[in-house]
Design a protein around this ligand. Structure first.
Ligand SMILES: Cc1cc2nc3c(=O)[nH]c(=O)nc-3n(C[C@H](O)[C@H](O)[C@H](O)COP(=O)(O)OP(=O)(O)OC[C@H]3O[C@@H](n4cnc5c(N)ncnc54)[C@H](O)[C@@H]3O)c2cc1C
Length: 503
């Protein structure tokens, strides 16, 4: 790690406010961050968006990247490109590690290099991470699905499992553990994931292997809750379960995961019974934990945190005692709002309007009110469930609705067109356009986790690098000077060059 002196050398003051305009810092490039930034495009402000990835991620379609339908680029366009036409916005790469509410500044880091960015207004939209309910070691063998890295790792693990099964079967080994897939968490993500793996096994891959019959693969969806898709109500939950079973998914409910290792998963039922499933591929879609930035905000304001680490905000989405700081999306605990994209989008637009209104001297808005546009989950091709107001839709109609909504919200015209093409290939045909996997996709996360400083350990420390370079250059300079002096001496002595008397 860099020592403090070196750190300060590399601390850049990314102040945008050279024009004297109001400086808005936005943390996160997800739904809240991007929509908040865009909502400020006509405001007399300078927006600096700081995010730890260079893309905006459309999380609801991650499972399609994991199962080979879409490419990562289609659901994760570069934020810089998305905002290229918005002249009052700049994008900075960096993981925010500190927020100083007193000094009104945010510190972010990339590979150990810090940047300090001051603000007048702050919009925090750093979202949530996967939660293993206190069993973080489960993550080693049961990756979650929150990022492009996760989706690509899962793609490698899922398609890799069929490859390992084929190899094992050729040797005459039992390969049941390779052909068993367990998805933990029967919310929308778990349902979508289980449905897609079943389609892969029973439809997409059925002709591709010789030693194994992919249709014999077991796909298991398990949850501690007594029903599938709890927020959708009992009727839609039962309908979804029946549809999944028709697809060949085994649904196990009321089962709590008690251990996960390389070769299997253990669970405990309410009656105390325990069971182990031998499986190499486990996927965790069970819980979320708000970004740890809520802790630093809570420490500085006294705002409460709930069990999922979400921070209690005022009805106008600001923090107690800090009207200049807005928190939106998956990080907040307010009126039991769900962790869905629309909560983040509407919250961010509300905050942007408030910031703009204050600059224009307008009166404060009414408290934030979330307008529920409905929820949906896809089960398989042509099968989905949707809840819109009092309407409950299932089957093809819900699926078409799902298609339309997702097309509208995918960012960028190009991505919409190519996603539509890929859906055509996968849903009408049998193929998957994005089956490429690499060893690095599967193992890089584990390799990075073994480094104490993560990826920063793989690059030289900026301060140390500069000091070493200076030393090398000084030594080289001294050598050259000594060499030049020696040459001059030899020339003067007549040993080199034209002798003095002949010049
Ligand atoms: C697999 C999956 C499927 C989903 N499906 C649906 C669905 O079908 N419908 C629906 O409405 N919702 C769905 N959701 C939920 C929805 O995606 C979230 O509610 C929404 O993304 C929340 O928006 P946000 O802006 O709060 O956070 P996010 O969109 O998660 O954005 C957080 C941003 O902050 C950045 N960030 C995090 N920490 C830091 C840091 N320390 N420094 C800098 N940047 C940071 C991240 O890189 C990211 O850019 C799904 C979520 C997942 C994971």
């Amino acid at each position: 790690m860099a020592n403090p002196q070196e750190t300060s050398q590399h601390t850049s003051d990314a102040t945008a406010g050279t024009s004297g305009r109001h400086r808005v810092v936005v943390i996160g490039s997800g739904f809240g961050g991007l929509f908040g930034t865009k909502a400020l495009r006509r405001s007399d402000v300078e927006v600096t968006m700081i995010a730890k990835t260079t893309h905006h991620l459309f999380q609801p379609l991650l499972y399609q990247v994991a199962t080979g339908i879409l490419s990562e680029g289609e659901i994760a366009p570069p934020t810089r490109e998305v905002l290229s036409g918005q002249e009052n916005a700049q994008v900075l790469l960096g993981e925010v590690t500190a927020i100083d509410l007193e000094k009104r500044q945010v510190t972010s880091q990339v590979l150990g290099r810090p940047t300090v960015t001051p603000y007048d207004s702050l919009l925090v939209a750093a979202g949530a991470a996967q939660s293993y309910f206190g069993n973080d070691h489960f993550s080693e063998h049961a990756p979650g699905m929150k990022s492009i890295d996760d989706a690509l790792e899962l793609r490698g693990r899922i398609f890799g499992a069929f490859e390992m099964a084929e190899l094992g079967a050729n040797r005459g080994d039992n390969v049941d553990h390779h052909l068993t897939f367990v998805v933990v968490g029967a919310g929308p993500t778990g349902v979508e994931m289980a449905g897609q793996i079943a389609e892969l096994a029973h439809r997409t891959l059925k002709r591709d292997f010789r030693a194994i019959n992919t249709r014999e693969a077991r796909v298991i969806l398990l949850d501690a809750a007594p029903q599938v898709l709890p927020p959708f109500g009992q009727k839609l939950g039962e309908r979804t379960k029946a549809e999944l079973e028709k697809l060949g998914v085994e649904v196990i409910l009321g089962a709590m995961v008690t251990d996960v290792d390389e070769r299997g998963i253990e669970m405990k039922f309410k009656d105390g019974r325990t069971e182990r499933i031998d499986t190499v591929t486990k996927i965790w879609a069970a819980g979320v934990q708000a970004s740890s930035l809520t802790q630093t905000l809570a420490d500085q304001t006294g705002a409460p945190l709930d069990r999922a680490g979400r921070i209690g905000v005022n009805p106008d989405l600001t923090l107690p005692g800090h009207p200049e700081v807005f928190v939106v999306g998956d990080m907040i605990s307010l009126d039991n709002l769900p962790g869905v994209a629309q909560v983040a989008i509407q919250g961010a637009k509300y905050a942007a309007k408030e910031i703009d209104g204050r600059i224009r001297g307008k009166a404060p808005q009414e408290p934030f009110h979330y307008f529920d546009k409905g929820s949906m989950a896809i089960i398989s091709r042509f099968r989905a469930v949707a809840m819109v107001g009092k309407l409950r839709l299932t089957g093809v109609i819900a699926w078409l609705m799902w298609l339309a909504v997702h097309l509208v919200y995918i960012t960028g015209f190009k991505s919409r067109v190519t996603a539509l093409l890929h859906w055509f290939v996968s849903f009408l045909g049998r193929g998957r356009s994005e089956r490429t996997t690499t060893e690095q996709q599967i193992f890089a996360r584990a390799a990075l986790a073994r480094l104490r400083g993560g990826a920063a350990d793989l690059v030289s420390d900026p301060g140390a690098y500069d000091a070493a370079r200076e030393m090398i250059e000084a030594t080289r300079r001294a050598e050259l000077e000594a060499q030049a002096a020696e040459e001059a001496r030899l020339t003067d002595a007549g040993v080199r060059g034209v002798p003095a008397e002949q010049r």
